[in-house]
Write a protein of this length. Structure first.
Length: 202
C-alpha cells in the first residue's frame, strides 16, 4: 500500500479472478478498482512505489511493471527488457533510476531517462552467455538452455539508440566492427524472453 500526492491510498491485489493486474484506490470514503492490461496475463501486484515525481510504480506478477502519473497508465513488459518473471520489489535511487528485484532472475536497473532496462550482475541467473566481452570484431551469443530458441539480437547505445540488429535461430556470431569504441547494451529476445547485457567495444 502507498499514498499518492493527494493522500489517496493505493492497494495491489494478491489474487483476483477473471481480471488482470487489479489495483484499488481508496480516498477515505469510496473504493475505485482499476484493471491494468499488459502483454501477459497476471493476477498479482507484488509491490507499489511512489517515485520522486509522484508517479506510482506497480510490480506485476510474471514480467513487467506498470506506472500511473495521475492521468496515464504505462506498461513496461519483456519487450522493454524486463525478465520473464515476477517483480517482487521496486525502489528508486538518487539519480532517479528504478531498481527491480525479480523472482529467480536477480536485480534489474530501469533507466527512466533512456528506458533501458538491464540486469545487474545476474550471471548466475542468465540463460545466455556472451563472449568475448570486451570485444573488437565479433561477439558470440549462445543459449545455456536447450528450450530457448533465439530470434533477435539488438545493440543500443547507452542513450537508447538502436545501432545494430540481427535475426537468428540458435547461436550467433555478431559482427560489431562497425561500432565505435565504447559501452553498449545488447538485447537478446524472442516471443517470450528478453535478456540484456552491457558490452564493451574496444
Amino acid at each position: 500500500m502507498v499514498s499518492d500526492y493527494i493522500g489517496k491510498s493505493w492497494f495491489g491485489y494478491s489474487f483476483t479472478i477473471n481480471t488482470e493486474y487489479t489495483i484499488a484506490k481508496f480516498d477515505g470514503l469510496e473504493w475505485e478498482i482499476f484493471e491494468i492490461h499488459g502483454t501477459v496475463d497476471s493476477r498479482k501486484i507484488y509491490d507499489i512505489l511512489k517515485d520522486k515525481d509522484s508517479v506510482l510504480w506497480f510490480g506485476r506478477e510474471l514480467n513487467g511493471s506498470t506506472t500511473f502519473d495521475g492521468e496515464n497508465w504505462v506498461n513496461y513488459d519483456f519487450e522493454d527488457g524486463y525478465p520473464e518473471t515476477s517483480n517482487r520489489a521496486i525502489t528508486q535511487d538518487a539519480d532517479g533510476n528504478m531498481w527491480i528485484g525479480s523472482f529467480l532472475k536477480g536485480l534489474y536497473k530501469h533507466n527512466v531517462g533512456t528506458n533501458i532496462v538491464e540486469p545487474v550482475n545476474n550471471k548466475a541467473f542468465s540463460d545466455f552467455t556472451v563472449f568475448p566481452n570486451p570485444a573488437s570484431d565479433f561477439i558470440s551469443i549462445k543459449s545455456t538452455k536447450d528450450y530457448i530458441t533465439l530470434k533477435k539480437a539488438q545493440i543500443y547505445t547507452t542513450e537508447g539508440k538502436l545501432v545494430l540488429e540481427q535475426e537468428f535461430r540458435y547461436d550467433l556470431n555478431m559482427d560489431i566492427k562497425s561500432l565505435s569504441t565504447g559501452i553498449y547494451i545488447l538485447k537478446v529476445s524472442n516471443s517470450f524472453y528478453n535478456y540484456s547485457e552491457k558490452i564493451i567495444k574496444k
